[in-house]
Design a protein around this ligand. Structure first.
Ligand code: PXG
Length: 465
């Protein structure tokens, strides 16, 4: 096959792109008036851990896109996998008793890769859809089991499970609940296990037991006969990089088992090596009934996500179920599946997961640890290649900043101005670089954050009255 067509994307100046963007796009999670006034930064290309903008500036991507570009940018093998599959069969669906080889092969691969007992997958296009699917599936499970009143799903404050109406209800983001009348009925939330905020001076073990106990209290308050499932990210990402204290997950597991409540692990961020194992569930020894995947499944090269479903639910769906009336046009999209397969094979071939656990992950945490002495830094926490640096007004106490988020946002802006993408969640600086990052690049990332912290400290009198 020969390709002769010119690129459908014309050459435009940065100014033109910015003007057209403001004129025609509504961005996700964005204040439209503020963005239109400021203009967006136009990212034009990328390689490894580096991005380039339309001015030609090179930027270190400390967030792997949005926690997803695990194998890094510029992978020719991924392009070839997509081109091969698009040439052979660019699209076909999996409705009406049809299937395609890439989807079947990816399903088999995921069954091997994920913890034992999770042997079936339902493909979706996004993490939000995966979580939405999980909601429908657990409620169908309980209906088939003759307990249709078991509908409530318990999540956590500042948990993030996506932006569809149901996934946002299951998440615990107040700002999202405040728009559009969320949460929907039959969702509950418990506090997240954020020790530094809720019990900084307690022992980690005692706090772990206390925080898991909030689930027991919620189940009792709702009524055990009404609770369908509990969902949690092994490490909460978008909610501020909350690493659970020791013993937390084993206690959660015990409480769920005790009440027959299904346990859903949202691995959309933690999956595919981020925490130094293939899945966060392995890092914390969680044995979920259902696991949702996304992001790193294709390293963001194609939109694809999915729900891994364990034996308990699968048996009921097979034996008692009629039709599961749910699915998307692109569930199991062949090109996305081919790219995901190549992505997994790169992770294997290059030993990237082991590298996170044994080499760059510990190095990253060690280098970030040097920031603990900075006047603004209250806590440094993380695992593998995901980390948070929480800023405080005063280390004693600690005393947090009010208003929340202003100092973090300023620090984030300084990071950007110094050409590193680092996120601020409230006043926690959050990083999740591509898994291929080198030690030298980690040094650059941490040095950039250190410089931004100094600049932010100098701004404090203007920021905080
Ligand atoms: N679960 C988790 C744990 C996530 O982090 C989703 C589900 C939803 O996935 P989709 O593919 O529908 O976006 C996510 C997404 C941020 C940020 O600013 C995080 C996400 C998405 C956008 C921004 O940290 N996580």
């Amino acid at each position: 096959m020969t390709t002769t067509a010119a690129s459908p994307i014309p050459d435009r100046t940065a100014r033109e792109w910015r003007a057209l963007d403001a004129a025609h796009q509504l961005h996700p999670f964005t204040n439209y008036k503020a963005l239109a006034a400021e203009g967006s930064r136009i990212i034009t290309r990328a390689d490894g851990v580096w991005l380039w903008d339309s001015e030609g500036t090179r930027i270190l991507d400390g967030m792997a896109g949005l926690w997803c570009v695990n194998v890094g940018y510029g992978r020719r093998e991924m392009v070839d996998a997509a081109a091969r599959q698009m040439t052979e069969l660019p699209y076909y669906n999996q409705f009406f008793k049809t299937a395609t080889p890439p989807a079947i092969e990816l399903a088999r691969t995921l069954a091997d890769l994920t913890p034992r007992g999770l042997d079936h997958v339902f493909f979706t296009n996004s993490g939000s859809e995966a979580n939405d699917t999980a909601i429908r599936m657990v409620r169908e499970y309980w209906a088939l089991e003759g307990q249709p009143e078991r509908r409530v799903i318990i999540g956590r404050q500042n948990g993030y499970h996506g932006s569809t109406v149901a996934a946002a209800s299951m998440g615990g983001m107040d700002a999202m609940h405040n728009q559009g009348g969320l949460p929907l009925p039959d969702f509950g939330h418990i506090q997240e296990p954020h020790q530094f905020r809720y019990a900084p001076n307690a022992s980690a073990e005692a706090f772990g037991r206390e925080a898991a106990g909030w689930l027991e209290e919620a189940i009792q308050a709702i009524g055990p006969g009404r609770v369908a499932a509990f969902i949690g990210e092994p490490i909460q990402g978008a909610g501020g990089l909350i690493v659970p204290p020791p013993g937390y997950w084993s206690e959660i597991q015990r409480i769920c088992a005790n009440h027959g409540v299904l346990l859903i692990a949202d691995e959309v961020i933690c999956g595919f090596g981020r925490t130094g194992h293939w899945f966060g569930s392995q890092t914390f020894d969680i044995r979920p009934d259902i696991m949702t995947l996304g992001k790193g499944l294709s390293s963001g090269y194609m939109p694809i996500a999915g729900v891994m479903v364990g034996e308990r639910v699968v048996r009921t769906l097979f034996e008692l179920g009629a039709e599961f009336v749910h699915g998307f046009t692109s569930s199991g999209h062949p090109t996305a599946c081919a790219v995901a397969l190549e992505n997994i094979s790169i992770l294997h071939r290059e030993g990237l997961v082991d590298r996170v656990r044994e080499d760059v992950g510990p190095y990253f945490m060690e280098r970030l640890g040097t920031l603990r002495d900075h006047r603004l830094v209250g806590e440094v926490r993380g695992r593998g290649l995901m980390a948070g640096v929480e800023l405080v007004r005063d280390k004693a106490g600690p005393t947090f900043f009010t208003p929340v988020g202003r100092v973090g946002t300023r620090c984030r802006d300084h990071c950007f101005a110094n050409n590193a993408v680092i996120r601020a969640v409230y006043d926690t600086m959050v990083m999740a670089p591509p898994l291929i990052i080198t030690r030298t690049e980690i040094d650059t990332l941490v040095d950039t954050l250190a410089r931004a912290l100094d600049q932010t400290e100098r701004d404090l009198p203007k920021l905080i009255p």
